[in-house]
Design a protein. Structure first.
Length: 119
């Protein structure tokens, strides 16, 4: 049984930082990527950042490149998204997903976690 669980969201002021965690387990080697996706109010879900399970390949959307960093801890089955210099437009529901070809094919999703950037 595949489980994908996000944690670490919340309210932060503009310019602040948050670290999201995604613990994923139970998926087969057919799926070799884990990533973060965001759905802002009134907008479609977008790819933010993904990492291959071997850590060799990463993807960042232009809107977060240089501000967000994705990493993984194999021993803990956990992928992190360090988010710095947060902006109000980063507000949204953040989802963790498990799939293949980085962010291209996501099969399993977490329940989503709210991130609000506001003063």
């Amino acid at each position: 049984q595949v489980q994908v669980v996000e944690s670490g969201g919340g309210l932060v002021q503009p310019g602040g930082s948050l670290r999201l965690s995604c613990t994923a387990s139970g998926f087969t080697s057919e799926y070799d990527a884990i990533g973060w996706f965001r759905q802002a109010p009134g907008k479609a879900r977008e790819d933010l950042s993904c990492i291959s399970t071997d850590g060799k390949n990463t993807f960042y959307a232009g809107s977060v490149k240089g501000r967000f960093t994705i990493s993984r801890d194999i021993a803990r089955n956990t992928v992190y998204l360090q988010m710095n210099n947060l902006k109000s437009e980063d507000t949204g529901i953040y989802y963790c997903g498990v799939g293949s070809i980085l962010c291209s094919r996501t099969e399993y999703w977490g329940q989503g976690i709210q991130v609000t950037v506001s003063s």
